[in-house]
Design a protein around this ligand. Structure first.
Ligand code: PNS
Length: 164
């Protein structure tokens, strides 16, 4: 069984991430989305909330699961019995950092291959940071994140209003 891990912060998951998950699920028997549970990154959503949102929008893809992880990605991949790490590339700007991470992961454990998937051009401008910026100022989130998540994201920002 070919298991792949798709890691990230997913704070929150965007339409670009979801596109990569859907496509990876066609290539691999199982895709485990790994949500980095790292409070030093100061995420807006808790790791559980981020995983819950991912589960909501991938409920129709039977071979996708979501789990939180802490520590090294290669250790999480081992724990999940995955042989492949999937990463999405939006633009060449992503390449340098992703290339470095892939080489580091290879140095940490040569067992793992990183497979890059080009993000669909229609999503190439979307990032979780941009989504948060738009949400903070109550802008239109349609098209940036799965529609189902918009009320959840708005609710979070409404609660946070005044705390920026
Ligand atoms: O969505 P992000 O924040 O760009 O994802 C980054 C992530 C989670 C893939 C990366 O930070 C990661 O793999 N962190 C786990 C710690 C680790 O293994 N570090 C060494 C390789 S960079």
């Amino acid at each position: 069984m070919r298991i792949a891990v798709y890691p990230g912060s997913f704070d929150p998951i965007t339409n670009g991430h979801l596109d990569v998950i859907r496509r990876a699920a066609k290539v691999y028997d199982q895709v485990v989305v790994g949500v980095l549970d790292n409070i030093s990154k100061k995420p807006v959503f808790t790791a559980e909330e981020r995983c819950e949102m991912i589960r909501m929008v991938t409920a129709d893809i039977p071979n996708v699961t979501c789990d939180r992880f802490n520590g090294l990605l290669v250790d999480f991949a081992k724990q999940k019995q995955a042989a492949v790490i999937v990463k999405g590339l939006r633009t060449v700007a992503d390449f340098e950092y992703e290339f470095q991470m892939a080489l580091l992961n290879k140095a940490l454990d040569p067992e793992y291959e990183t497979m890059f998937m080009m993000t669909d051009t229609k999503y190439s401008y979307i990032s979780s940071s941009m989504v948060k910026e738009v949400a903070k100022y109550h802008g239109e989130l349609e098209g940036l994140v799965p529609s189902k998540l918009i009320p959840k994201i708005k609710e979070k920002y409404n609660k946070m209003d005044g705390s920026f």
